[in-house]
Design a protein around this ligand. Structure first.
Ligand code: NAD
Length: 273
């Protein structure tokens, strides 16, 4: 399975499984167990998803060694506002039943604290509780501000990114600065017709792959980590099976051209939570 290397040398599988909106503990646990059993080694959760405990239990029950799994969780906005980062990560570690997180992300760029919080994230990194630290939903101006103050460059910026929102400028900026771009909502979050878009469907047919596999492969080929969500075994397998084909330059161009800057989730400039 393809891996990328983050700016501090640690490896991250190019495809992970996301568990947003999987609130039911049994379903969350089963999803993670199934994902691990079919070969996933990268799980993306967050404090606010309310399923860290279920994720932790699934990891324990899976029989897969903790060191083989890349586990991401995120600092929620209230904890960012209060500045209680150590407390927040300790609580996440406890719920997850582990003594370190592979990647700890600032979930959203809260206006009053998206720069100042970074010092505390750096302390978390230095304490060894997170093997890598990063941000999420940061636009280039947020990153500009953060980098002016930062001692440690964020390892990752996790942003909404799929063919109708290609995020060219943020992706380019991140690459220039050594920040690895990561796509949330890579399949259009179940709210988009991107998987039935004729361009995507045609390319999928040519390769004998599914539209989901094509859009995931497109992001990975442009160096973007993906964390598609599914609770179904067949789709989990499908979303992971993207190593056996390659898009042509022309196909990648056609997918890039589908961009219409269409956000399905909240806008980092205007979110109100
Ligand atoms: P996604 O793009 O992964 O879409 C998931 C939906 O796509 C599923 O619910 C299902 O309806 C459909 N699907 C899954 N596999 C499919 C397949 N093979 N064929 C057809 N349809 C398929 O959207 P998402 O869950 O919003 O994003 C993925 C992950 O990103 C989340 O689970 C979460 O971990 C993370 N995330 C992060 C943020 C953030 O602010 N950092 C925000 C949202 C999500």
């Amino acid at each position: 399975m393809k891996e990328f290397i983050l700016n501090n040398g640690i490896k991250i599988p190019a495809v992970g499984v996301g568990v947003f909106r999987v609130e039911d503990a049994n379903i969350a646990s089963e999803t993670v167990k199934t994902a691990l059993s079919v070969g996933y080694r990268h799980i993306d959760t967050a404090m606010i998803y309310g399923n860290e405990e279920a994720v932790g239990k699934a990891i324990k029950d899976s029989g897969v060694r903790r060191q083989e799994i890349f586990l991401t969780t995120k600092l929620w906005n209230d904890d960012q506002r209060s500045g209680k980062v150590q407390e927040a990560i300790d609580a996440s570690l406890k719920r997850l039943g582990t003594d370190y997180i592979d990647l700890y992300l600032v979930h959203w760029p809260v206006k009053e604290s998206y720069v100042s919080i970074w010092k505390k994230m750096e302390e978390v990194y230095k304490s060894g509780k997170a093997k890598a630290i990063g941000v999420s939903n940061y636009n280039t101006h947020h990153l500009d501000d953060l980098l002016k103050e930062a001692e440690i460059v964020p390892a990752v910026n996790q942003i909404e990114c799929y063919p109708y929102l290609t995020q060219e400028s943020v992706v380019k900026y991140c690459k220039e600065k050594g920040i690895h771009p990561q796509a949330w909502g890579p399949l259009g979050a179940g709210q988009s017709d991107v998987l039935s878009n004729p361009v995507v469907v045609e390319i999928a047919k040519k390769h004998g792959k599914s539209p989901a596999q094509v859009v995931l492969r497109w992001n990975v080929e442009r160096g973007v980590i993906v964390i598609p969500k599914s609770v179904h075994k067949a789709r989990l397998i499908e979303n992971l099976s993207i190593d056996d084909f390659k898009l042509t330059g022309e196909e990648a161009k056609q997918i890039n051209a589908l961009n219409k800057n269409l956000r399905l989730g909240a806008d980092p400039e205007t979110f109100n939570f």
